[in-house]
Design a binder for this molecule. Structure first.
Ligand SMILES: Cc1cc2nc3c(=O)[nH]c(=O)nc-3n(C[C@H](O)[C@H](O)[C@H](O)COP(=O)(O)OP(=O)(O)OC[C@H]3O[C@@H](n4cnc5c(N)ncnc54)[C@H](O)[C@@H]3O)c2cc1C
Length: 318
């Protein structure tokens, strides 16, 4: 099996990884991006990306990601399909293991996102991007004047349901347990006139057709009966999104919420290893935030590998 040596290896070819590669390549750093599948990341499955600055609001996430990837390749990045299953963060060389070969780099960037929660409801995977969403901040405006459901009782679910109250005619909030009595966010949410709380209820199925979601089936535990709700959007927050970090072992430190711990320059606790995008479990998971992380890490890597005292800005073309 081949072993490839390079300056920078980036694990994950989403907006975070591609933006980082664009900057490291432009800084003349030999860069390899390893991505297991360009169609499965959060941006790749986004049906329509209406809030990325500078691109048409009609554009799909997949199309935007294709442009980012092509741009990184155009500047010299070596993009390869490979699933990373392990790393070794030796101080001198960072080693990345894949079934296709081993990669050794002086700097390693992890950017595998937070799509680690498998779809668990009947119809969830089928209608993802066609009425099923994990991001009200991203998709809420598509549901102006329509009925939607939010599934989950965690903080993320409640905050995202708050966002939806601004747009939807009715937000059906479906929770298998009651929120705690002293939970102020829950109280505030239930005070909205357009929120209908279905307590002790379970989502059984998401139904729809070629146009997308049109109905859900819930089971009310107190009545032990099935109920059908006609609606167009289902926002699922069962265990929140889960950063994909299994291949890291315990070689970097994590935050309590499972995201990789970084400093202002996106450096992890392991020297020469950076973490960018949703893998950090950022409070605002947005493509533009992930891309910005990529830029910050790339400039810090340039400084680190070239022992510069200061960051060299990308727009000085001397
Ligand atoms: C349904 C949905 C809709 C959204 N809508 C919007 C929106 O409208 N606007 C917006 O700004 N944001 C939106 N977001 C959020 C946005 O897509 C994410 O914040 C952003 O894509 C995160 O970028 P990332 O590069 O960190 O991760 P991702 O985009 O998830 O990319 C991670 C990449 O890592 C790769 N990978 C994973 N594991 C491995 C491994 N072991 N080895 C190699 N490669 C690996 C994956 O194949 C993937 O390509 C949405 C998210 C979702 C889920």
């Amino acid at each position: 099996m081949e072993t490839i040596e390079t300056d920078v290896v980036i694990v994950g070819g989403g907006p975070a990884g591609c933006s980082c590669a664009l900057y490291t390549s432009r800084a003349d750093l030999k860069t390899v991006i390893l991505d297991k599948n360009p169609s499965v990341g959060a941006l790749a499955i986004t049906h329509q990306i209406a809030n990325y600055p500078g691109v048409s609001s009609e554009m799909s996430g997949d199309a935007l990601l294709g442009i980012m990837r092509d741009q990184a390749i155009q500047y010299g990045a070596d993009y390869r399909r490979a699933q990373v299953f392990g790393i070794d963060v030796n101080p001198e060389w960072k080693t990345v293991f894949t079934p296709e070969g081993t990669f050794k780099a002086r700097a390693l960037v992890v950017a595998t996102g937070a799509m680690g929660r498998p779809a668990s409801f009947k119809g969830e995977a089928e209608f993802l991007g066609k009425g099923v969403s994990y991001c009200a901040t991203c998709d809420g405006a598509f549901y102006r004047g329509r009925e939607v459901a939010v599934v989950g009782v965690n903080k993320e679910a409640m905050e995202e349901a708050q966002v939806l109250t601004k747009f939807a005619s009715t937000v059906h909030w479906i929770t298998s347990n009651d929120p705690k009595d002293d939970d102020l966010i829950a109280k505030e949410l239930m005070n909205h006139s357009n929120v209908k709380h279905w307590s002790k209820a379970r989502l059984m199925q998401i139904k729809g057709d070629e146009m997308g979601v049109n109905e859900i089936v819930i089971k009310d535990r107190s009545q032990d009966s099935l109920q059908n709700l006609k609606l167009e959007g289902v926002f699922v927050y069962m265990s929140g999104s889960k950063p994909i970090t299994d291949f890291l072992g315990e070689q970097v430190a994590f935050k309590e919420d499972g995201g990789v711990l970084v400093d202002d320059f996106m450096s992890t606790t392991a020297e020469g290893v950076w973490a960018i995008g949703d893998i950090r479990n950022t409070p605002f998971k947005q493509a533009v935030v992930a891309a910005s992380d990529g830029c910050i890490a790339a400039m810090a890597i340039d400084r680190y590998l070239n022992s510069r005292k200061s960051i060299r800005v990308d727009w000085v073309h001397a």
